[in-house]
Ligand binder design. Sequence first.
Ligand SMILES: [Zn+2]
Ligand SMILES: [Zn+2]
Length: 545
Amino acid sequence: MFIRNSVTYRTAERIKVGVCRNRGGTMAKQIVTILSLSSFLCPSPVETALPFKFRGQSTTTTATDDDDDIDLNPSSVRMVDTEIDGFTGIPTYHIHSSQPGSRRNAVVDSFFAETSPSTATSNSSVTSLQLSNMIKQKANEISDFLVYSRRSLHQHPELMYQEQATSAYVQSVLRELDIPFTTGWGVNTVPHRIDGPGGYGVVADIGTGQQPCVLLRADMDALPIVERTEGVDEFKSRNKGKMHACGHDGHTTMLLGAATLLKSMEDSINGTVRLVFQPAEEGGAGAKRMREEGVLTMEPKPQQAFAQHLWPTIPSGTIASRPGPILAAAERFEILVAGVGGHAAMPHLTVDPIVVASSMVMNLQTLVSRNLSPLESGVCSITKFEAGDAFNVIPHSAVLRGTIRALSMDTLLLLQKRVQHVVETTAAVHGANVTITYSPDFYPPTINDPELFNSFSKDVAGLVADNGQLSDIEPTMGAEDFSFIAESVPSTFFLLGQGSGKAPDTSYGLHHPHFALDESVLPRGVQLHVNVALRALHKLANEST
Ligand SMILES: [Zn+2]
Ligand SMILES: [Zn+2]
């Protein structure tokens, strides 16, 4: 199948979509209806192309020769089961039960009718309090859907720029909710460096289609990690060597939950909420690609942006953030040391790359301790050292990999310059050659706009957190490509506590093979998204009048 993209033309792998009608039992009938987990697999999948829709173009549904009359009307689809490259994809069952024309919400109507911007960020008025309570109730009502969705995604992790089934799942839910969307976002512009075509990003606008406009973002990609969680066997990763160890299955789910709520009240929303399902966060700069492709400049232009990350080191129920830098700028590099190999018994006839590379590792330890001010934050870590095959052979080459991080671009660029200098001079001292390769895109620091944080985000998070306040937190040296969005639009990045202290142990760190998500916080994440979106629109609308 050929997929036409508005920027480039590219070939996508064939996708099989099995369609079963009226199969399976209903677990719950709330805003969405959920199929039982027992009816995952469609016994006789029918092959057709996935209905993809690209920016500025209409949905294209291309059926295969032998089955060109498949009805993908939401009301008739009971389950869609994608099969990609031989593995069974993410089964979907989501039927939007609310009727067209019933998308007004009296509480949201009253909230937007209030003219005081301060009601947007406090529960000082009856209506504002009612809004918080209504959102909380609706988020809790879809908790079965959230758990189902998260577990489905968790079983089918996909690496950056390969999020085909994940994207198909997101699209299927949006379609069921009758939310128009565009896809084709986040094309991989460095396929020679990172595998996968990309283009699996999805963008959906809910509301009037006019300003004010705010953006909510979730990331979708997983990590190349073998999952080692315990006690959750029924929904462990089915893709060997890949794992949602950074909670992006939860992020995608929470934004879909927010879509569900926002759509159910769409006619009462004064403005537009742009939902961004972003590929390739884990090093692929998917947010940068989407920014380049126009997600921040197409009308209505978002005036503010928000995202959240599940965070295991703070308790479930809490929400943390801070003004200014919250996550680091990051660059990664690979160092190839080329020496002269030979017999281990005759080192004088070689240029031993292991000795040279070892010297580099030690010399690089002085960057942070001796080149940065003690008041500056920085990291230089060598995380891979590879050389040699035999006990009696000095190899020809050695490879080092590592990362540098800092809380400002100035410091990151200083570290990068020093890495280059130290590595080159160390190689010269030993008579070796060296090549350094940097990542295609370094990440800038994630900066929370101080004005937005202090006048808005802090208070809204306090309305959602179980302790009634936003918790302060130190910046961390992890990095996030939401930083590319925050560079262009005033933004806030929230950390959603998920260290529950209960089984399964949810306190393992991000990227750990035992990382386990606390599913009980998913409705809280939905509440945060929806409160932030509605209240930001209300504040922006009042400020512009
Ligand atoms: Zn991560
Ligand atoms: Zn992450």
